[in-house]
Every structure is written in C-alpha cells, then in structure tokens.
Design a protein around this ligand. Structure first.
Ligand code: SF4
Length: 602
C-alpha cells in the first residue's frame, strides 16, 4: 500500500469513516503527507463514499488546508492592522531576506513556506506568527534571524520557541502568554469561581426555572450582536428533536483575543456554563468549536474536559442528578472568519464549507444535524454560569439598564498596557484609554473592522448595546497611525475572508478597495469618493449575510468621522466630467475582480 493510501485509510478509520469528520480527516492526511493533493482528495472521497468535488470544496475553502506542500516549516505571519502598527513589515522583510523567498511561496527545497494570515489572536503581543501551529510573539529582525537559522539546521519548532520562553503547547507556558489587566472589584468573569457551584444550583431548579433566571438577568450574547441568551435557550428547548449546545470559540475579529484568555484561565467556567445550558435546554451533547489559530490549546482543553469528567461535572448522572447526562467534544476549525457566524459555524462543524445558511429556520429550530441548537459565545457561557451561581438580582446591579453585567475587552494598538480588561457596561472610551495608559489617541476602533472608528470628540461614548456594541475588540490608533492604511488593511481582510457565495460581498469589496487604494496613493478624484459611497450602499444593502452588510463599515465609519483624511489625498483641480471615462472604469472594475474585460482586444 502506498504512503498516500495508508495515510488516507488510517485517517478515515480514526474518524469512524464519517463524512461529518471531514475536517479532521483532511487535517490528519495533510499532517502525514504535507498537503492534500488531487490524488489524496480522490482517495478520501472514495473511502467516505462521497464525490471528489465535495472533498475538494472543503479543502479549498479553509486557509489552513493546502493542495500543494506548504513547507516543512509553514510560517504564518500576522498581517493585521495592529501587527502593522507594531512593526510587522520589518519582520516580514527579515523573513524574506533570511529565507530568500517571498511571502506566498515555498523555498525550492520545500523547507520553509511564508504566508500572510489575518489576526491570530495575539494583538497584545505583536508582531506574532504561527509556525507549524506554535505561537511566536514580539518578533523582531534578530529573533527572525535566529528562527530561520534554527529551521535551516533542522531544529523542531518546539526547540526554536525555547529561546523566547513563550509557548510550547504546554498549559503553563500557554498561560505565560497571557497578559491580563483584570478589574479587581465587581468582576463577573474573573472573580474566584468555585467549580460546580453554578451547576449544583442549576440542577436544584427545574430546567425552565434556569431559563427564567437567565431571562430575568437580561444577559445578552457577548459576541457583539447581543441577542438575549435566555430567549435563545428557551427557543432551543422548545424545538423538536435532540438538542445541541455549541460554544463558539472562533473569535476571529481582528484585535480580539479575550477568548484565548478565557480558554487558558477559565476553561472550567466555560464548560460549566455549557453544562448549565445543556441542563436548561435538555441537551446531551455539546461542542466547543475552537478556532484553528488556537489549535495549541486543544490538548490542554482535552485535559480539562477529562478532569471535569472525573469530577462528575461532565458525564453521566452529573453531580448526582439522575438522568442528567452531558459531554463536550472539541471540533477544531481550519481557518475561516465567516465561521464565526453561527449557521456557518454549524455547517463547518458538520464537516462542510463554512458558508452561512439561509434563515429562517434559525439554529434554535434547525441547527446542528438539523436539530435544535443553541450557539453561544465563550464569554456568554461564563456569564451564564455566574448568573446561576450568584442570582439574577446580583447581576442586575452591574452595568447599565440596557446592558447588564461586565464586558471583556481585548485592548491593543497604541497603548502602554495592552491586554484583556473586564469592565462594567457603560464604561466610556476615555475611561478605557486612561486604564490602558493612553495619553492621546487619534481614534479608537471599537468592535474590530465591522465596528466604529471613534474620533476624539466622541470619547465620552459608552461601551454598551445601545451605543458602542462590541464583541471585545478595542484597537487604539495613535497620532502616528495612518488611519486610511488601517481601513485598507480591514478591507483586504474582508476580501480574503468572504465566502464568495454572493456577488455584492465577493466582488463589491474588491472594487471598493481598489478605489480606496487609488485615493490613498494620491490618484483618486471626487468621483472616486462618490463611487465609493455608492458601492458601500450596494454591498451593505444587497449582501446575503451579516459579514457582507457590515464589511463596508470601516469605510463608512471613517468617511463619517474622518472625511478630511480622504479629501486631503484627492487629486486637486480635476473636472468631474472630463476625467470620468466609462470604458476605463468598467475595465478597472473587471480587472479588480479578476475578470477579463469583454471589450479587451476590440
Ligand atoms: Fe458569503 Fe455573501 Fe455572507 Fe459575503 S455576504 S460572507 S459572500 S454569504
């Protein structure tokens, strides 16, 4: 039997030959063979009894799968806006100089591959990279020289990381990457937590009483959209068929890293919150959907789950409650921002391309395996556990009328003290800046690229669902930050991450970004600015899912609050009508989206 056949057979058998486990099967085959070639795709398809097209569709959808060898050492250097603010370009240049190859290529001997990647959840320690899944932080040219020399001499990545003391896929070392700045008084999440306290209280109640307690607390989802958690649990409980609980640990919003902190410092609380939800809705199975960039946490989390099984927080007849059975499995993602959207996440957890579903039906009615499913954020499960432990009245005392409790904020960018902060809802932007050691900020990006770029004149605005809503990303722009370059970075992120299903999002953002680049480089005119505004409305109003509708926010927000930055870079004294050339405009748009203009050659 050839290597390829053996690797495929082994992977398929390991995952019981189930199509649903396709992501794991592909990952294992890639781990054995270095890539998933056409031959491997055909062999996987045959073993699973599906089509090669089906398997190829999945392989080509996710960033961390590759049909060609990615290099013995695959270096994924973060190219987020924060990474750029922290000197990412110098680090990238050092990698290119020392390896002799360009980003997006593999060295001729197949040893090293260099790749750009969007946020890897390390915005507090940029520039950062994943090398074969191991995190390297606070990189500089000197470290790069050392790392590349180590790769050339054949050292293991776990050996290379030792020089820097930050990460060996061991729990205590993962924890050493955490730099938290937690509020000391009034904490909901980071106050001491007694394992089992919330669950014991929950099982002393009836399931609908647990749901009512969560509803009474006014707890809303911590992912940013703020859907009431109790209502979501109630609708799922009322659905027909087996129930499922999914923890969305796929935080991919550039600038967000608070789930990384929660999963390293409070995993028991996350899992206990899931068990409380399972009891409330009647689920026996739970999934934690872990983003691919956090694969190094998998083993650590498996150990935590095993400990909880031994303590009867998970398993059968949990905490002595006859008939209450619940367990959690980890589903590892493969790199797709869109999978943060709950229906896309469910598709991915079923081993498919992570594309959003049409809604209705909503996941609470028809989710994982077509059965009622509640998908909640990592932070939401922690807050839910605390509500049950301490009671809704206690929770209602914290935060504002519309936004109860606290919010974990991932603060990064031009500040002295980046990290995760737990602060009550209602905190103002200026209070956040003070806590993060910022004397003067040019702007604050609240909610990641899809959020708002807040100018200094609005720093008294509040973090809450009624004003500045955020999943947790707070990026501070300093006086030397090129805000339009950050906008360009955000737009390129959306182009890379679009699932490609609908034209306004897949094509419109490319056209928008080309126009933006034209302005940034001093070649734009007033008509480009007008076209940008028109395209923003097309993409916003005609995209199929929330990703597309919010993808134009970086431009809309900065046009509203920093319009002068655009106008200052426009070409002056250009007559609107004489400079407009329809043929060139169409040609430019076609080229921007990779299509051959129809008129070419005529
Ligand atoms: Fe995919 Fe359309 Fe959603 Fe963009 S808006 S992510 S192309 S479904």
């Amino acid at each position: 039997m050839s290597n390829l056949s053996h690797a495929v057979k082994q992977a398929v058998e390991k995952y019981s030959g189930e199509r649903e486990n396709l992501l794991d099967i592909i990952r294992d085959v890639q781990g054995e063979l270095g890539c998933v070639s056409d031959e491997a795709i055909a062999a996987i398809a045959e073993q699973l009894g599906t089509s090669a097209l089906d398997v190829e569709g999945v392989v080509t959808y996710y960033h961390f799968f590759s049909k060609t060898p990615a290099g013995k050492y695959a270096v994924y250097l973060n190219n987020s806006a924060v990474a750029n603010m922290k000197g990412r370009n110098k680090v990238a240049a050092a990698f290119e100089e020392k390896t002799g190859i360009k980003f997006g290529t593999v060295s001729p001997d197949g040893l090293i591959g260099l790749y750009d990647t969007s946020c890897i959840g390390m915005s507090d320690q940029e520039p950062a990279a994943l090398i074969n899944g191991v995190v390297f932080t606070n990189l500089d040219a000197e470290k790069v020289a050392d790392i590349v020399a180590g790769m050339k001499s054949g050292k293991e990545v776990t050996e290379l990381i030792k020089n820097y003391g930050d990460g060996q896929n061991q729990a205590e070392l993962i924890k050493s990457m955490v730099r938290s700045n937690i509020m000391e008084k009034g904490a909901v999440i980071f106050a001491p937590f007694e394992q089992g306290a919330a669950l014991k209280k929950a099982i002393a109640m009836k399931p609908d009483e647990v749901i009512n307690e969560i509803k009474k607390s006014s707890l809303r989802g911590r992912g940013g959209a703020g859907f009431p958690t109790g209502m979501k649990w109630e609708s799922t409980a009322a659905g027909q068929g087996a129930k499922h609980i999914i923890c969305n640990a796929d935080e991919g919003e550039p600038g967000t890293f608070k789930d990384r902190i929660l999963l390293t410092e409070k995993p028991e609380m996350v899992f206990e919150g899931m068990a409380v939800a399972a009891y409330a809705i009647g689920a026996t199975e739970g999934i934690i959907y872990l983003r691919a960039e956090y694969a190094y946490l998998r083993k650590y989390l498996e150990n935590v789950l095993e400990t909880l099984r031994n303590e009867n927080i998970l398993g059968k007849n949990i905490c002595g409650k006859e008939g209450f059975d619940f367990d959690i499995k980890i589903v590892l993602a493969a790199g797709s921002y869109v999978c943060g959207e709950e229906s896309a996440l469910i598709e991915s957890a079923e081993g498919k391309r992570g594309q959003p579903r049409n809604r209705p039906p909503f996941p609470a009615q028809k989710g994982y395996r077509g059965e009622p499913t509640s998908v909640n954020n990592v932070e939401s499960f922690c807050a839910a556990a605390r509500v049950i432990e301490k009671g809704s009245d206690w929770f209602l005392e914290i935060g504002t009328q519309q936004s109860r409790g606290t919010k974990l904020l991932s603060i990064s960018g031009a500040c002295e003290k980046p990290g995760v902060y737990e602060l009550p809802f209602g905190v103002t932007v200026s209070e956040i800046l003070e806590k993060a050691g910022v004397k003067k900020a040019a702007a604050v990006q609240v909610g990641g690229p899809t959020g708002a770029c807040v100018p200094p004149s609005e720093f008294e605005r509040k973090i809450c669902y009624g004003d500045l809503s955020t999943g947790g990303s707070i990026i501070i722009f300093g006086s030397d930050t090129d805000i339009l370059a950050a906008v360009e970075n955000f737009m390129n992120f959306f182009i890379d991450e679009s699932c490609g299903w609908c034209v306004p999002c897949a094509v419109g953002n490319t056209i928008l970004t080309k126009k933006l680049e034209k302005i940034i480089h001093g070649n734009g005119t007033q008509s480009d600015l007008t076209e940008i505004e028109n395209w923003c409305q097309i993409v916003k109003n005609m995209s199929r899912c929330g990703f597309g509708t919010s993808s134009v926010n970086p431009i809309l927000s900065t046009l509203k609050n920093f319009r002068h930055l655009y106008e200052d870079r426009l070409k002056k004294d250009v007559d609107y009508y004489s400079e407009f050339d329809l043929a060139s405009s169409i040609k430019e748009s076609c080229l921007a989206v990779g299509r051959k203009p129809e008129t070419e050659g005529h």
